[in-house]
Ligand binder design. Structure first.
Ligand SMILES: Nc1ncnc2c1ncn2[C@@H]1O[C@H](COP(=O)(O)OP(=O)(O)OP(=O)(O)O)[C@@H](O)[C@H]1O
Ligand SMILES: [Mg+2]
Length: 339
């Protein structure tokens, strides 16, 4: 599959990566807007200049502090050992902080501070080659429930943020990019006073209609059909992908519409069971009529965001439907309900 467009976004991210590290960059956006794909693309295009530590937390089970340490660190020589065992995995571009076995042990036993170990490793790498270090976390909110060594008082995410501020704003040693589609997590971070002036926020949204139309036509969809698809489904990359790869684009569109409709019915059926159906319908109507007041409607909005019907952007203070298909489904369902 070809990579589409994103010129403006690529320019923005490259601008950040080429400047001196000075702030943590939070990249957020609706589910499947193309955040990970975009960042991978940018990192790949800059691979001659960057040394990237990339952690996709969605791929790893996270339960406790020690498991998290294992995500970051490996004993020196691990790659050679793995290569002997499973060659195809070892050749993947996994990057860990590689340290001596003794250091690893001391860290697990809490005799050594893992952040100091990381900082030293980054300094060492920086002095050995000219590449700029960058640490990337995909879906960092997964660490929300982890506490330093099991103690309830020190959330690991908090410690990590302190460390990231030190790496960027204080020492200018490494870039740090955190990606998340959990915008309530982004909101928490955004309102955290210790991160003021130390963090930047960047929204990676769906393609706008013009780009979506171009993508479809370039991929061989007929102009009239492309126009209708964009009108109904908007510029969601994975939807465009499904349509482009299908034999019959209009049939696929109808299929996706049906899916959005049944997704909403399921959510509302669940809401009825749990006793918040009226609330859900009220919020949907308000979103359709652009009448949401995020201060008083917050709790109600949150549920439909979690169910992936709505999208909440805490930086620009916007609540809208996740996709245009969801909006069409809601309009239709509410109309039927009114009959
Ligand atoms: N610029 C692009 N060109 C072509 N395909 C894209 C592009 N961006 C995203 N896609 C496709 O859309 C799908 C979703 O993209 P991706 O996983 O990067 O989104 P995401 O925002 O990281 O999602 P999530 O919120 O689940 O983390 C993928 O299948 C990807 O191939
Ligand atoms: Mg992603």
């Amino acid at each position: 599959m070809k990579f589409w467009d994103r010129e403006e976004e690529k320019k923005h991210l490259k601008g950040y990566l080429k400047s001196e590290p000075n702030a943590i960059l939070f990249v957020y956006g609706p589910k499947s807007s193309g955040k990970s794909t975009l960042l991978m693309k940018v990192l790949d295009e800059l691979k001659g200049e960057l040394y990237t530590y990339y952690y996709d937390l969605r791929l790893v089970p996270v339960s406790g502090y020690k498991e998290v340490l294992r995500i970051f660190f490996r004993e020196r020589g691990w790659r050679e050992r793995l290569k002997k065992a499973i060659p195809e995995i070892a050749s993947a571009t996994l990057k860990y902080f590689e340290i001596d076995g003794k250091v690893l042990e001391d860290m697990f036993e809490m005799k050594l501070n893992p952040f100091e170990v990381m900082e030293n490793a980054i300094r060492g790498r920086k002095s050995r080659n000219k590449k700029k270090p960058v640490i990337v976390f995909d879906e960092l909110q997964k660490l929300k429930e982890v506490y330093v060594n099991g103690g309830e008082q020190r959330p690991l995410v908090r410690e990590l943020f302190n460390f990231f501020v030190r790496l960027t704003k204080v020492l200018h040693l490494s870039h740090v990019i955190v990606m998340s589609s959990d915008t309530f997590f982004i909101e928490e971070v955004y309102s955290d006073s210790t991160l003021k002036n130390c963090s930047r926020y960047y929204l990676v949204d769906y393609f706008d209609d013009e780009v979506a139309y171009k993508v479809l036509v370039n991929e061989g969809v007929e102009e009239e059909e492309a126009k209708e698809i964009v009108e109904r489904a908007g510029g969601v990359p994975w939807i465009l992908e499904e349509i482009v790869e299908s034999e019959d684009p209009m049939k696929e569109l109808r299929e996706l519409q049906r899916e959005a409709y049944s997704k909403l019915i399921n959510v509302l059926a669940g809401a009825k069971e749990e006793g918040w159906l009226n609330e859900a319908e009220e919020v949907l109507k308000k979103v359709i009529n652009d009448e949401i007041d995020i201060i008083s409607d917050r709790k109600k909005v949150e549920r439909l965001v979690q169910k992936e019907i709505l999208f909440y952007d805490p930086i620009n203070v916007v609540v809208r439907f996740q996709t245009r298909l969801d909006e069409l489904a809601a309009r239709e369902l509410l109309k039927e309900g009114a009959k």
